[in-house]
Design a protein around this ligand. Structure first.
Ligand code: ZN
Length: 177
């Protein structure tokens, strides 16, 4: 199985447990005030960090807001995301753009305001993500979509992890461009 070079270049950087302070300081596409106020999970210590390429969560008070934190290089980077309700004319997507998992209805369009000046001018980047932000667990076979027939791929788990990491990295690069 030959993978494009971009997959190989991403070395597997395991997520280390992060503290609330580290996460708040890692946001790249919202103001410092927003990063201070937004909701961060309280159970950070119990999250399965060793199985995560990113930690994603939704704001329990505002279901149209989601957040994720990952590692780029040796630094944590966090994104604030909006999940707009799909317009009626939009075709429903069923595949996550990051982990390429197929769902029946578990994929949401998530939009990240761009970092810096581009973001202040109202520019944003959208991607289709697993609605529960559990890409890492689907990729590792630790969570199931419940679909009876699944498209089978010949990639190993490690190759799928690398591919998801490369996709996430590309998304992050677009947001911070
Ligand atoms: Zn996914």
């Amino acid at each position: 199985m030959h993978l494009p070079n971009t997959f190989r270049q991403i070395s597997l950087t395991l997520m280390q447990p992060l503290t609330e302070r580290e996460i708040r300081a890692a946001f790249v596409n919202c103001t410092k005030g927003e990063a201070r106020r937004l909701s961060v999970p309280r159970d950070l210590a119990e999250r399965p960090w060793e199985d995560l390429d990113y930690l994603g969560w939704r704001d329990p008070q505002a279901p149209d807001r989601a957040y994720l934190v990952t590692r780029r290089g040796d630094r944590p980077r966090a994104l604030a995301l909006r999940c707009p309700a799909p317009a009626p004319w939009q075709t429903r997507r069923s595949m996550c753009s990051i982990c390429l998992t197929d769902h029946t209805s578990g994929v949401s369009l998530m939009v990240a305001p761009m970092a810096g000046k581009a973001g202040k001018q109202g520019n944003s980047v959208g991607t289709y993500l697993c609605s529960d932000l559990c890409c890492s667990l689907y990729v590792r076979g630790k969570k199931d979509t419940g679909l009876a027939v699944r498209y089978r791929e010949s990639l190993t788990v490690e190759e799928k992890i690398q591919r998801a990491a490369a996709n996430l990295d590309a998304f992050l690069a677009k947001v911070t461009a």
